[in-house]
Design a protein around this ligand. Sequence first.
Ligand code: ZN
Length: 179
Amino acid sequence: MTPSIPIPFEVGSTVWWPGRGYKTREVTCPECCGTRSLKLTLGNGAVETLKCAHCGPGYDPPRGSVTEHYHEHTPEEITLGNVGLDSRDGPRYNIPDGGYVYATALFSTREACGARCVELNAAAAEDEERRRVVNLESKRRGLAFSVSYWRRKIADLKHEIEVAENQLGRSLERRKITP
Ligand SMILES: [Zn+2]
């Protein structure tokens, strides 16, 4: 007798799964509020207008909006393709999007799948919160860098003005001497 392994769902049957949960949406840039530029007030009161780097990274011009990736699982009805066996995680089915799904992630009712979606969404929201905190910290470091950059720039410009004034002074002196 050929040994057989029971599979929880029949090939070709329609079941529910929480989906991959990767979604994107276009939102107004949180840095420039859609204006595409930022104003930086220096210590001496001078205002510099900078192109928003958040919605225009690298050489791209600012867009005023950013693509936000977010996680949200909702019950999806899928038809199961061929079944395969993973030695560690058990039976897995090919699904219409070209990937595969483990039997442990599938549900026979929409309700049971919906309950799993709620759990997954809660876990994703927690991850998202953690990521937000890390981003905020790195942004603060970026801002601190920006402040020291502009301070250095002011010091350099002051030095240049000094050199230029001295140069001008010397030129005027020479004109006085030579008839
Ligand atoms: Zn922006």
